[in-house]
Design a protein around this ligand. Structure first.
Ligand code: GLU
Ligand code: ZN
Length: 475
């Protein structure tokens, strides 16, 4: 039997989760589920300046909200815990000491300025910049002299002078990096903390991770991480580097072209189903159509279908999925989803009736609020204040008698739609659109929307009558 699949998501809590991170989390989750494996969550919070505990807390909430529960990670510790890198420094120190004893790393005393000067010189002479090896062969006396100057060394990994690092990326195929191009890289910072390359590679090995799907920006880190693993005598996971996500304008998805954090999307009322169905297709082609739950998507997730081309985030498609997701909500979930946008103190049966009436017609809670205003506010719909509106034109065409008949019908038979339309038809001889359109516009100020019959009892007889009487004055 082949090795069980273990994937992980390893975010740095230096900001809110955006759609790029979320897709990475989703793909790792799906891949683990697809293969009956495990999905781990590791918080890469070693950068004390940029990491913030509140971002870590929020990203756990975000993942749970999406349904991407982890098999091990914060709050779900197992033998490989802790899952916060800030709590793992002893492990990094021990592994770095092993490399020191084996002579695979050496202290580098170069200052930031010296490194920058060297980098510019290499660029100026047309060479790709890499560490020049300045401190690689210092003898004990030279080291002591630098220490005496008060220099705090970093620790660099000794990359072999010759040879190459080869691996197969699940997305990009065969990769070959010449060691000579890599340059000795920092594995421990001057403050003693482990560098990203190192803690990331070590933890994947210690946690038994077999497959890493992560952003394309990490592809060039991978040969260094393979060297670290080889030096520590531990296996490297298989990597797949996911294509960039771009906005509508083809530029990388960012605030500028409309990217929003997961929190912002959630607060705007987007549902998890809409988001993960869209992300499933971002850089991953699939024959499966329509909306599905996570378990079904997992059955159709295939790393062989990951694309190299940048994936365009399609906001219109998000709306399509959102619409389907809203329509598919159970009445209970729909009520919860809408509740925050409804007037307080609605009776439970009113709430239920309202939710049922408008659910087929809304995509976002903003529209819920609009319908709530139309139905529960005493004021006439805003469009009726505008003389040039379609509503006012139709009201003028229908005429005063039409709305007086409607008001009288409400007075006579209350909120019954059938009785209302029959009475107005009999009184005015109008039928079809000539009958229905002016009624709808007078009541709602728009030409589209939920069926009117279930709305009338929610609007209530007195407001209905007032709206028709008001329309009569505008006709
Ligand atoms: N903490 C890194 C990041 O968020 C993890 C990269 C990786 O998945 O290996 O970019
Ligand atoms: Zn140096």
């Amino acid at each position: 039997m082949s090795q069980p699949v273990v994937t992980r998501f390893a975010p740095s809590p230096s900001g809110e989760l955006h759609l790029g991170n979320v897709r990475t989390a989703l793909f790792n989750w799906l891949h683990a589920r697809r293969h009956g494996g495990r999905f781990l969550l590791r918080i890469e919070d070693t950068d004390a300046e940029r990491s913030r505990p509140e971002f870590a807390v929020q990203l756990l909430q975000d993942l749970r909200w999406l349904g991407l529960e982890w098999d091990a990670g914060p709050g779900r510790e197992d033998a490989a815990a802790p899952y916060e890198q800030s709590r793992r420094s002893a492990l990094y120190t021990a592994a770095l000491e092993r490399l020191e004893r084996a002579g695979q790393v050496y202290p580098c005393y170069c200052s930031t300025l010296e490194l920058e000067v060297s980098r510019r010189a290499q660029l100026a002479s047309g060479k790709p910049p890499r560490y020049a090896g300045t401190c690689r062969n210092l003898d004990a006396a030279q080291r002591a002299a630098r220490v005496a100057e008060g220099r705090q060394p970093t620790l660099r990994f000794k990359v072999p002078d010759t040879g190459k690092v080869e691996f197969t990326d699940l997305v990009h195929g065969a990769q070959i990096f010449a060691c000579a191009d890599l340059g000795d890289f920092v594995v421990r910072r001057a403050d003693g903390s482990a560098a990203f390359f190192f803690s990331n590679a070590l933890d994947d090995a210690l946690m038994g991770v077999t497959v890493v799907l992560r952003g394309e920006d990490h592809l060039s880190n991978t040969p260094r991480q393979q060297l670290i693993n080889a030096a520590l005598g531990q296996p490297s996971p298989t990597y797949g580097h996911l294509s960039l996500i771009t906005g509508d304008d083809g530029a990388p998805l960012s605030k500028r072209n409309g990217a929003r954090s997961l929190r912002e999307l959630r607060e705007a009322g987007y549902l998890p189903e809409a988001i993960f169905n869209l992300l499933f297709r971002l850089g991953h082609s699939s024959a499966v159509l329509g909306m599905h739950d996570l378990a079904t998507l997992a059955q159709h997730f295939d790393t062989a279908h990951l694309g190299r081309a940048p994936a365009r985030f399609d906001f219109a498609q998000l709306e399509v999925f959102q619409k389907d997701a809203v329509h598919a909500l159970t009445p209970e979930r729909a009520a919860i989803w809408m509740q925050a946008h409804l007037p307080n103190g609605l009776a439970p049966e009113t709430l239920r009736a309202f939710v049922a009436a408008i659910q087929p017609n809304v995509i976002l809670p903003r529209e819920v609020a609009e319908w709530a205003a139309v139905i529960f506010d005493d004021a006439a719909p805003a469009a009726l204040a505008d003389e040039t509106s379609e509503s006012r034109r139709l009201i003028r065409e229908a005429g005063r008698e039409f709305f007086l008949a409607a008001a009288a019908a409400v007075q006579a038979s209350g909120t019954d739609w059938k009785a209302l339309t029959t009475a107005v038809r009999t009184a005015t001889n109008r039928k079809g659109p000539e009958l229905f359109k002016p009624l709808r516009h007078a009541l709602t100020g728009v030409g589209h929307g939920p069926e009117l019959a279930p709305l009338l009892p929610l609007i209530g007889a007195s407001r209905l009558q007032a709206r028709f009487e008001h329309a009569a004055t505008l006709a």
